[in-house]
Design a binder for this molecule. Structure first.
Ligand code: ADP
Ligand code: TRP
Length: 322
């Protein structure tokens, strides 16, 4: 059976981009593949320096995945910082990766371009830790959104370099990026991202959600005129959640005219509330069950450890530590 692996940083509440671009695939694919999924809290330290927030966001992400349908019987669901193997393998890769290779990374180049000269060593090293995360579990596929493509390509290069230097050790993984949801637009039309403040959060309460949906930027075409669905952010988001018939109906209303953006936003809001109503309920029910949620992660950590320590042992032999 093929194996998948992916990670998500606990860096804020899950939004529609995370869900459609990554979380939904993680949960669905776990029914067909052997699945490893983890909370990337080591990576999150590159941005979050508040320990209470780190704990809360980690817990929130775990509850969100479980509420959205992650089945712990079918997925090894674990927390990165509980397994020392990730940081250990990262160091070994640090010693075979050259500086110019990392200087090509988009995230690093963006930080430099924005004048953030004093970025941490951890941010510079971010792609190597991600390569360690992935290669420890020898997956076939890594399901992610488009923004992670470069990180997976770098992981493949690091695996090839290691294999060439020390002998065949790592399987070369493939990114798995679903075309229709590779880049989900945010409320301002740019890629939806916590760092742009343009998100629609799936577990926000109804009032907050309404504010986010009503804040979606639209054109100034008057209510009575026909509108172009393709260039409208509201329609683009609706398309990702509605059935074919629902999408066609909304498209017809846009093209006919007499249907304003306020109406379109109300239609989208109702769709989001309906789509996530079960998950919302589950989220409220699970949130107070701390023992259960931490128990799931404990179990996942144990299973992940078996795989991670096996790969690390092999690597230690290859480099001459054993
Ligand atoms: P953010 O950009 O909000 O910080 P993350 O980096 O935590 O999101 O992303 C977690 C996962 O969700 C990754 O696999 C990423 O590719 C995916 N993802 C994030 N935003 C989007 C988006 N707008 N469209 C598609 N996938 C996305
Ligand atoms: N960098 C990824 C993100 O921001 C999170 C991540 C860390 C990851 N390690 C990973 C994703 C390994 C896939 C595989 O979304």
């Amino acid at each position: 059976m093929k194996r998948i692996l992916s990670g998500v940083q606990p860096s804020g509440r899950a939004h529609l981009g995370n869900y459609l671009g990554a979380i939904r695939q993680h949960i669905e694919m776990a029914e067909k593949f052997e699945a490893y999924l983890f909370i990337a809290d080591l990576h999150a330290l590159t941005t979050t320096k508040d320990p209470q927030l780190m704990r809360e966001q980690t817990y929130d992400l775990a509850v969100s995945y479980l509420a959205l349908g992650l089945n712990p019987e079918h997925t090894v669901f674990f927390k990165q910082s509980d397994l020392s193997e990730h940081a250990e393998l990262c160091w070994i890769f640090d010693c075979i990766v050259k500086m110019p290779f990392l200087e090509r990374a988009h995230a690093w180049k963006d930080a430099q371009a924005k004048g953030k000269k004093e970025t941490s060593v951890g941010l510079f090293n971010y792609p190597i830790l991600q390569a360690a995360d992935i290669l420890l579990y020898q997956p076939d596929l890594v399901p992610v959104g488009q923004d992670q493509k470069q990180h997976i390509e770098m992981t493949r290069d690091i695996a090839i370099t290691f294999n060439n230097t020390f002998g065949e050790t790592f399987k070369i993984p493939e990114p798995h990026i679903k075309k229709e949801v590779a880049v989900v637009p945010g409320t301002d039309g740019q890629k939806m991202s916590k760092s742009y403040g343009n998100t629609i959060e799936i577990f926000a309460d109804e009032k907050e959600l309404k504010k986010q949906v009503m804040g979606i930027v639209t054109s100034s075409v008057p209510l009575e005129d026909p509108k172009d669905p393709k260039s409208c952010n509201v329609f683009q988001l609706y398309k990702l959640l509605g059935t074919d018939k629902e999408v066609k109906d909304l498209e017809d209303k846009y093209l006919k005219g007499g249907f304003g953006y306020g109406d379109a936003k109300k239609t989208l809001l109702a769709k989001i509330l309906d789509h996530f109503s079960q998950a919302q309920e589950k989220y409220q029910e699970l949130y107070p069950k701390k023992d259960y949620v931490y128990g799931v992660i404990e179990e996942g950590n144990k299973k992940a450890k078996i795989m991670a320590s096996k790969t690390l042992e092999e690597v230690k032999k290859k480099v001459g530590y054993k």
